[in-house]
Design a protein. Sequence first.
Length: 147
Amino acid sequence: MILSETDFFKGIDPAVMNKITAIYNEENHPKDTVLFKKDEDAKFLFILRAGTVNLVLQNGGILAIPLSDPGEVFGLSGLAEGGVYIASGICATDARVVKIDSDKLDEIFDQHPDMGLILTKRLAAVLSKKLSNIYRDLLSCSWSEPL
C-alpha cells in the first residue's frame, strides 16, 4: 500500500513519507482477530487496506461500528499523548491493515513539526466527521420516552 495515496497522508513531504513508510508494518489478520482492546494504551495507528474491522463498544449491550473503506484510519487514540483506545478493534472479516507505531511516528513529527501539524489538522477533521456521523445516527433513532 502506498500511504501517500491515502487521504490521511496525501500531500505529505516525500522525505517524511519515506520515514513513515520505514516504520509501518502491513499485516493480514483472520476474522475475529482483536487488534486492540478498549482501555489499552494506544500504541498504534491503523489504516485499513482490505476487509472489515468493527470498532466495538460494550456497556450492557454491544455497539459495533464497521469500517470497510480501504484507506480508513482508525485507532486514532494512538496519536493522542497518553491515549487509550476508546473501543476495541476486532476483524469482522479477514482483514489487511497497516500498523504504525505511535512513538516512532511522534519522533518523526518532532523532527518535522510542520508535517505533524498537517496530520493533526487531518486527525481533527476525521474525528469531526465521525462525531457528525454519530450525531446523525443518534438523531435518526426513535425514542420511546422524551429525553
